[in-house]
Design a protein around this ligand. Structure first.
Ligand SMILES: Nc1ncnc2c1ncn2[C@@H]1O[C@H](COP(=O)(O)OP(=O)(O)OP(=O)(O)O)[C@@H](O)[C@H]1O
Length: 267
């Protein structure tokens, strides 16, 4: 009998997740189930716990309560990590290490199980760099690139794995509009081929048409899980907190889908 586990289990199944860091409870009882082939945006104000959530999924911070299953396996060595791409929040691609763009991208092909690059690694690195439009920078030191270009190198490092699950933490922060559009096209292509994407965002921006589900965090809790809220027409400033149903043709004529205070820090 064929093994159907791979396609029937969700890409991500988070239940009652709690994370405590340095004595503070950062995440409280997070439930998040993402079926394969879906895109989910994680939204919320600064400090609401978005990065901590995705960092807990890749074991960068410890889970203190609840359970996490990724691609059908409990968080741990059984997870097929080589099938998962992770783009951390902007940190600079080199962290002070003098490496070329191609070397950084190729490092995405190494896993804890194998430190040997696959035979076709050069072609895969070239394809990933073409995807983020940085082929011409291939042999340049990554430290010579701008912040936005370094972010694209990190995206290429995740893409080179051809991941089933792609987790991105604010991938478009500091990235110009043409590059955002290029990333949106890449993500669209991945979703069309059945990949799953979890993406932390401050605003939907160029990725808006890709996202039909948003999970909003506030003070480490999920306060909304559904159609993405968006700023009301004409109220797109970063410090404005009106939110309306996505796709509403007359946003001013409908009440907000979420309370106005949801995106404000102090409430
Ligand atoms: N290692 C840590 N130790 C203690 N507290 C932490 C640690 N990392 C994050 N925090 C705290 O956890 C809370 C959530 O931080 P997190 O970075 O997850 O938020 P965020 O929603 O991603 O914010 P931003 O939009 O600014 O990136 C913040 O109050 C932060 O100070």
């Amino acid at each position: 009998m064929p093994d159907t586990t791979e396609t029937t289990t969700p890409a991500l199944d988070v239940r009652g997740l709690g994370v405590r860091l340095e004595g503070s409870q950062i995440l409280h009882g997070i439930d998040l189930r993402v079926e394969r082939g879906k895109v989910v945006a994680v939204l919320g104000t600064n400090g609401s716990g978005k990065s901590t959530l995705v960092r807990s999924l890749v074991r960068a911070v410890p889970v203190t309560e609840g359970s996490v299953e990724i691609l059908g396996a409990p968080l741990g060595p059984a997870v097929p990590w080589d099938r998962i791409g992770y783009v951390p929040q902007r940190v600079g691609a080199s962290a002070g290490v003098p490496a070329t763009v191609a070397e950084i991208v190729a490092s995405g092909l190494l896993t804890s199980r194998s430190l040997r690059k696959p035979r076709d690694w050069r072609a895969r690195v070239d394809a990933a760099l073409t995807e983020v439009r940085l082929s011409h920078r291939r042999d340049q030191a990554v430290t010579e690139l701008s912040g936005g270009q370094q972010q694209r190198v990190l995206i290429a490092r995740a893409l080179v794995r051809d991941p089933d699950l792609l987790i991105l933490d604010e991938p478009v922060a500091g990235v110009d509009h043409p590059s955002q559009e290029a990333l949106a096209a890449t993500l669209r292509r991945l979703v069309a081929s059945g990949r799953t994407i979890v993406v932390v965002l401050h605003e939907l921006g160029e990725l808006a048409d890709l996202i039909s589900r948003a999970v909003v965090l506030r003070h480490g809790r999920v306060v909304h899980d559904g159609a993405p809220p968006r700023a009301a027409h004409g109220h797109d400033a970063a410090d404005h907190d009106h939110v309306h149903v996505h796709g509403d043709p007359e946003p001013r004529s409908l009440p907000p889908v979420l309370p106005e205070h949801l995106f404000s820090e102090g409430a």
